[in-house]
Design a protein around this ligand. Structure first.
Ligand code: SF4
Length: 416
């Protein structure tokens, strides 16, 4: 942990200030939000309540959470002085996502299918079961995220968007790959990664939103485990590396502690945002398209800009720790990169932004892929250096905070 805290990126006042909560939890100086949720009472037994009544309780419990969170954040309250309660805000969130799964409204598609009963499928094609394609210490994320020992990244299968250039299509287009992960198995996996030194639990896919029920229940089960889940290990991509487990990596006042990182396309419903607000310690959202026509053409996703921008704004207004990712796509600087960056400058002016130059033709956009579709011929190239530089210059003109996060991971090494 000392090596993580000593990374040069933390000497940047902007990064340190904007990711202050995440930094404190990653170093076990502060408890993750889910540990606070366990201390916020939900008020009454939850079993016999309807969904409307559960949401009312949630609104009240969220207000209580906000008070305690502020005190913990400011250093006026040590969480160890408060005992966990039952039922807690965390129990309430588990109860709510189970109800939501019966008429799935996890994301903006709002398919309303009963994923427990099965039979009818929504856009993501999923029923109740969650699968994990792989999990490992990710060394390719932004420096504050990957740190020195990697980001504990868990790749869930399937997606609610259909990007023609998807660079994880083997995971996102094949819902049945990988290993079945129950909430218990997922909790164990999170514990394993954190005990091995990962700085955070990075929930990604595909898309984590469509697995909301499994993830929230797993967070509710987080603790120090004593047994091994050998079936989970089948999905561990770096099993061959000799990571040592150490309780000091994962302990806040004797309790299991880890930052929860939401790595998402942000195409989720307002209900999902409300559930996640008190669980996510750092957001890593993707803001791809600057208009709905490009989102429909390239991702078959309607209502994109309105949905994704609204969710970004919510995070900002809540005062959360966030790094926004934007991928420069070939031929899309005017229609996507510039409008997205402009929107960020107008609505989230001091957020950290990673303007990524790593686009490569893949999936339906790659002529060397059997799935190549000629309609995407214009996407079958890398972004040019002029396009990358134009994007950087525009971000600089807008006054965005992007250099620190962007340049150390850039593929081409371009700078302004
Ligand atoms: S997660 Fe989204 S796409 Fe999947 S069924 Fe639910 S609302 Fe539909």
């Amino acid at each position: 942990m000392a090596a993580f805290a000593a990374l040069s990126v933390w000497s940047s006042p902007e990064v340190r200030e904007r990711l202050g909560w995440y930094y404190a939890v990653a170093n076990n100086f502060k408890p993750a939000k889910y540990l606070i949720c366990r201390r916020v009472t939900a008020g009454e037994e939850l079993e016999n309540l309807g969904e409307g009544e559960l949401w009312e309780l949630h609104a009240r419990a969220s207000e209580e959470f906000a008070k305690i969170f502020r005190e913990v954040k400011d250093g006026g309250l040590e969480l160890g002085r408060m005992e966990p309660v039952k039922p807690s805000l965390l129990d309430l969130k588990v109860a709510l996502v189970k109800k939501m799964l019966r008429h799935c409204n996890f994301c903006r598609w709002n398919c309303r299918v009963d994923r427990v009963a099965g039979g009818k499928h929504g856009t993501c094609q999923l029923e109740e079961e969650s699968r994990v394609s792989s999990y490992f210490h990710h060394r390719g994320e932004e420096l504050p995220i990957r740190g020195t020992k990697g980001s504990g990244t868990i790749f869930f299968t399937s997606c609610n968007m259909r990007c023609a250039f998807c660079q994880n299509a083997d995971i996102s287009h094949d819902k049945d790959n990988g290993v079945v992960f129950t909430p218990q198995r997922l909790a164990w996996t999170m514990w394993q990664l954190r005990m091995e030194g990962c700085h955070n639990i990075n929930l990604v896919g595909g898309e984590p939103t469509i697995h909301l029920h499994t993830i929230v229940e797993a967070i509710g089960l987080l603790k120090f485990f004593k047994t091994v889940d050998s079936a989970a290990l089948e999905a561990k991509a770096d099993l061959y590396l000799p990571y040592k487990m150490d309780v000091r990596n994962a302990s806040y006042m004797g309790e299991f502690n880890t930052p929860i990182l939401w790595n998402s396309n942000m195409y989720m419903s307002q209900e999902t945002m409300t559930i996640l607000k008190e669980l996510v310690d750092i957001w890593l959202p993707d803001f791809k398209f600057g208009n709905d026509n490009c989102a429909i053409w390239l991702s078959r996703t309607p209502w994109y800009f309105e949905t994704v921008s609204k969710n970004h704004k919510l995070i900002y207004d809540w005062g959360e720790d966030i790094v926004i990712r934007h991928l420069i796509m070939p031929g899309h600087v005017q229609c996507c990169t510039k409008p997205v960056l402009r929107w960020i400058a107008e609505n989230m002016p001091d957020a950290l932004v990673n303007i990524m130059d790593q686009y490569h033709p893949d999936c339906y956009c790659s002529p060397s892929d059997p799935r190549f579709d000629r309609r995407y011929q214009s996407m079958a190239r890398y972004p040019s250096q002029e396009e990358i530089m134009e994007s950087y210059r525009y971000a600089a003109e807008l006054g965005l905070k992007f250099e620190e996060i962007t340049f150390e991971r850039s593929v081409y090494g371009l700078r302004i």
